[in-house]
Design a binder for this molecule. Sequence first.
Ligand code: ZN
Length: 244
Amino acid sequence: MIIEKIQTSHKQYSIQYGREKIAFSLSFNHRKSLKINVHPDKTVTVVAPKNTSLENIILRIKRRAFWIIKQKNYFERFQPLPSKRLYVSGESHYYLGKQYRLKVRKDSGQGVKLIGKYINVYTPNVHDTNEVKKLLQGWYRKHAESIFAQRLLFCHEAIKRIKIGQPPIRILHMKKRWGSCSKSGEILLNTELVKAPLHCIDYVIIHEICHLKIRPHNKEFYKLLTRCLPDWIQRKEKLERVVI
Ligand SMILES: [Zn+2]
């Protein structure tokens, strides 16, 4: 058996595409076609067949520039997809990744109950959509508080080998993020995350716990995240499709 030693020398280049600058590291080996990879930390690597001219490589990268930018944006995205809700009967609403139908029911008291495939909202004022919204949001918040606290315990235990103390969590409404972490080491979770499946909630919690060790989204961060949660990309992809 012949084991070929492939000599690679990585060089850094960048090209301008519209307003975007695409930086990439270039190496050569014995492959037959050019390979462009966009990594979760948004770095771009290009492997070209030996003897390909730099001019040709740049031309090829420019042709794929739109796709490269799209991939980079994809890895940047970590935010919910909002949908306009009217808070009327018949509308779908999500809870832990499952879809439920909203039923607004006239009642002397106020309350929310999950029964079968329905989220029942009880109120004396069935046409007051603001009140229905408030009742429903209160219900989501109450469940978010207990579920996130349970999942934090579970996740923290699951990755205890990375030795990060259990962080406090705070639940709040965020327009553009599922989660983040504060400078003081507190994990902030979007109330709306309770609409996503449990395995996606765990992903956000573990992602944020990893940030307590490594702040930026760099290679080390993704290495740590992969160590803690090898299937994080699948969970993230699922989360990208969650409509709130
Ligand atoms: Zn992050």
